[in-house]
Design a binder for this molecule. Structure first.
Ligand SMILES: *[C@@H]1O[C@H](CO)[C@@H](O)[C@H](O)[C@H]1NC(C)=O
Ligand SMILES: *[C@@H]1O[C@H](CO)[C@@H](O)[C@H](O)[C@H]1NC(C)=O
Ligand SMILES: *[C@@H]1O[C@H](CO)[C@@H](O)[C@H](O)[C@H]1NC(C)=O
Ligand SMILES: *[C@@H]1O[C@H](CO)[C@@H](O)[C@H](O)[C@H]1NC(C)=O
Ligand SMILES: *[C@@H]1O[C@H](CO)[C@@H](O)[C@H](O)[C@H]1NC(C)=O
Ligand SMILES: *[C@@H]1O[C@H](CO)[C@@H](O)[C@H](O)[C@H]1NC(C)=O
Ligand SMILES: *[C@@H]1O[C@H](CO)[C@@H](O)[C@H](O)[C@H]1NC(C)=O
Ligand SMILES: *[C@@H]1O[C@H](CO)[C@@H](O)[C@H](O)[C@H]1NC(C)=O
Ligand SMILES: *[C@@H]1O[C@H](CO)[C@@H](O)[C@H](O)[C@H]1NC(C)=O
Ligand SMILES: *[C@@H]1O[C@H](CO)[C@@H](O)[C@H](O)[C@H]1NC(C)=O
Ligand SMILES: *[C@@H]1O[C@H](CO)[C@@H](O)[C@H](O)[C@H]1NC(C)=O
Ligand SMILES: *[C@@H]1O[C@H](CO)[C@@H](O)[C@H](O)[C@H]1NC(C)=O
Length: 352
């Protein structure tokens, strides 16, 4: 009985959220800048990558596969089941304290479309119809024409979080989720989510769009590079240097960005330039081992006149003498804290 009531309530809340909550209220950014952002999309019907590419005006399906860490060999016509979440990668622009997708997606109005349908159903509530109206200077929301092109202002953010550069991800909250679970899944903290979104567990709604900061890998990209600061989120890959370079981020390499020649046709250059580290035989992504030191030829950025920069990055796997206050011991501390908390909870449960 209680359960049914709760799910009914969640369903009602889900619908009221999708139709009324303005996402731009949470996606505030303080520093004018541009960056890449991610956002969840789930189609109420089965769909394909081709369809999502068209809907979100994505130039190449590769970027969708990369944002979802799916193999590049995935066919464009692969069926995506209804309600499966797909992350979309898009350029974000922070102007006037608001983060919005930078002139994309562009949606073409179909027969029998109306603004609230486009906002709530076609784009599954990622935007509201007043936001679409505002982005397109539409005075009368009932007056749109078939064939009209509409800018869809997806919410996003480029701000640092607690002084750290991150990739902002618009996460759609699933029924039965909590800030703690979301924080755990995406490697952030409940406190950060709370501060960034102004929500707590009692105000959290299924279907709500949360700004979740994803950790990005450390890279060797120079500050004078066109793609600086190259931020690739945990468990995603990304194409840069006009598609010549593919960079991957995950925990496996100690949060160091792993880049290599992509082998795909460049987007703005006739060919990909050389990607070798000076005075070595190493190409981007190649490593040599000398004792316990691993030297990698790392990607360091590109410039407009078809140069790709490289640098040698040496990582030591030599056994180190434990220094106080380092990263490892801080992790140990938080585990202790968790264990103590768990024991206290168990104790309380026992006493009650
Ligand atoms: C998807 O496309 C490939 C070739 O591009 C084709 O061989 C295959 O039959 C298609 N699959 C579906 C389910 O349409
Ligand atoms: C998708 O989710 C909605 C509500 O979230 C539900 O009503 C619908 O049955 C789901 N569809 C499928 C195919 O699971
Ligand atoms: C910024 O916001 C203010 C107040 O909301 C508005 O008057 C102004 O036109 C906006 N500027 C831009 C560039 O959007
Ligand atoms: C999903 O399918 C239903 C029935 O086939 C259709 O009425 C609805 O418009 C579709 N929704 C989208 C977003 O394509
Ligand atoms: C990285 O992503 C994996 C898989 O999504 C997740 O399990 C892990 O918690 C994330 N870690 C961080 C620090 O973001
Ligand atoms: C949760 O947030 C709501 C609205 O922001 C507020 O009214 C409520 O007091 C908060 N609850 C807790 C436990 O902080
Ligand atoms: C790499 O990233 C981690 C986490 O973001 C950070 O703690 C560390 O200081 C970085 N290392 C370097 C060499 O920048
Ligand atoms: C991981 O990165 C940190 C910070 O850059 C460094 O201190 C540590 O030695 C690295 N660990 C390994 C195994 O490379
Ligand atoms: C393409 O390259 C030219 C010069 O090589 C540059 O001026 C232009 O900005 C580039 N366009 C893009 C989209 O990178
Ligand atoms: C360097 O990496 C390329 C692929 O990126 C590979 O074909 C080549 O064999 C590697 N060379 C060495 C010396 O490891
Ligand atoms: C490894 O690198 C350190 C400095 O980073 C150097 O002192 C040491 O001699 C190197 N060891 C080997 C075997 O190359
Ligand atoms: C790009 O880098 C190359 C090599 O350092 C340099 O010769 C060229 O002038 C640079 N181009 C620009 C536009 O900075």
């Amino acid at each position: 009985m209680g359960f049914h009531f709760t799910s009914l309530l969640l369903t009602l809340l889900l619908f009221s959220t999708l139709h009324s909550k303005s996402s731009s209220e949470t996606f505030k950014c303080s520093t004018p800048s541009t960056c890449h952002s991610l956002i969840d999309y789930f189609s109420p019907n089965a769909t394909t990558f081709s369809h999502i590419k068209t809907l979100f005006s994505v130039k190449n399906i590769r970027s969708i596969l990369a944002a979802n860490n799916l193999p590049l060999s995935t066919l464009p016509n692969t069926t995506i089941p209804a309600n499966q979440t797909i992350k979309i990668s898009f350029p974000c622009s922070c102007i006037n304290n608001t983060g919005q997708s930078n002139n994309e997606p562009i949606y073409t109005v179909q027969k029998d479309d109306w603004l609230s349908h486009i906002a709530a159903e076609v784009f599954s509530g990622l935007v509201t119809y007043p936001e679409i109206a505002a982005a397109n200077d539409i005075k009368d929301v009932n007056l749109i024409e078939v064939g009209q092109k509409l800018k869809i202002p997806l919410p996003c953010n480029c701000d640092d979080v607690d002084g750290v550069k991150v990739v902002h991800y618009g996460h759609v909250v699933k029924a039965g989720s909590s800030l703690e679970l979301i924080a755990q899944e995406y490697g952030t903290s409940k406190d950060t989510l709370l501060k960034l979104n102004g929500v707590n567990d009692s105000s959290l709604l299924a279907g709500q769009l949360l700004d979740v900061p994803l950790q990005a890998c450390n890279s060797s990209v120079r500050s004078d590079s066109v793609d600086y600061p190259l931020l690739v989120a945990n468990n995603t890959y990304f194409f840069t240097a006009n598609n010549c370079v593919k960079c991957t981020c995950n925990a496996a390499n100690n949060w160091t960005l792993q880049c290599e020649a992509s082998g795909i046709i460049p987007s703005n250059w006739s060919t990909c330039p050389a990607m070798q580290c000076e005075s070595t035989l190493l190409s981007i992504g190649n490593s040599t081992t000398s004792g316990c030191n691993i030297t990698t030829c790392a990607y360091a950025g590109f410039n407009k006149t078809q140069t790709i920069f490289t640098t040698l990055a040496t990582r030591s796997t030599c056994p180190v003498t434990e220094a106080p206050g380092n990263y490892a011991s801080r992790i140990g501390l938080s585990w202790d804290f968790l264990l103590i908390s768990l024991h206290l909870i168990l104790l309380l449960v026992y006493l009650l």
